[in-house]
Design a binder for this molecule. Structure first.
Ligand code: PGA
Length: 248
């Protein structure tokens, strides 16, 4: 059976003071946890969060990484830098990166590959826009996004990725996919993985993301192919994040 993962995506939010109080509330509220937990934080706060989370069950993650090892790439963050701060995860291909930084399916696949080669677990985000959903293209779009990654990585590495289905129209909007809508896409994604390798398909975690909150987390995570959540807004409030962890 797959263990759920609840991963917070702080996006470009936080400050030294806000992070300290969020993480201390989070640590104080964690008890008998039955799922995996992570927070993916802005790069400048990796050192702070590493120190705050040392010895806890909460893993650390980055929000993006470069495909390059080092060099003249101003503003970019190398995989080795994330590893230096004991990151376990890194988000790749978030729809905000695809939309605002022009990241293509091929670039996202390369990022996933580099993450795996560095011992990081890439959380590979896929998702369709509202126009694509209304045009009946959801499976084609998310399928192509996932296939680019599956085509590039080694068969033995497939079980080491996490997939996050995040319908773009549900991110930060308060609109959530219904559990059945999400389940249908998750099942299709798992089926795609199984075309490459059946064993990995049974193991790989597929998270739902897009306005997951304490009041809808239970019905979403009750679906057979939903293995946790990638949480934006609700990860910034300890009480909400803790409630979702309790559900998971
Ligand atoms: P949201 O963000 O929970 O605020 O919708 C999710 C995400 O973008 O990862």
């Amino acid at each position: 059976m797959r263990r759920n993962l609840v991963a917070g995506n702080w996006k470009m939010n936080g400050s030294l003071a806000a992070n300290a109080s969020l993480l201390s509330e989070l640590k104080a509220g964690l008890e008998s946890v039955g799922c995996d937990i992570a927070v993916c934080v802005p790069s400048p706060y990796l050192a702070q969060c590493q120190a705050e989370l040392a010895g806890t069950v909460v893993a650390l993650g980055g929000q993006d990484l470069s495909v390059h090892v080092s060099g003249a790439y101003t503003g970019d963050v190398a995989a080795s830098m994330l590893v230096d701060f004991a990151c376990k995860y890194v988000i790749v291909g978030h729809s905000e990166r695809r939309a605002y930084h022009g990241e293509t399916d091929q670039l996202v696949a390369q990022k996933a590959l580099v993450a795996l080669q560095s011992g990081l677990t890439p959380i590979v985000c896929v998702g369709e826009t509202l126009a694509q959903r209304e045009a009946g293209q959801t499976d084609v779009v998310v399928g192509a996004q996932l296939d680019a990654v599956l085509a590039l990585i080694d068969l033995s590495q497939i079980k080491n990725i996490v997939i996050a289905y995040e319908p773009v129209w549900a991110i930060g909007t308060g609109k959530t996919a219904t559990p059945q809508m999400a389940q249908d896409v998750h099942a299709a994604l798992r089926n795609r993985v199984s075309l490459r390798d059946g064993e990995s398909a049974a193991i790989v975690k597929i998270l739902y993301g897009g306005s997951m909150k304490p009041d809808n987390a239970a019905e979403l995570m009750a679906m057979p192919d939903i293995d946790g959540g990638l949480i934006g807004g609700a990860a910034l409030k300890a009480i909400d994040f803790l409630s979702i962890i309790a559900v998971a």
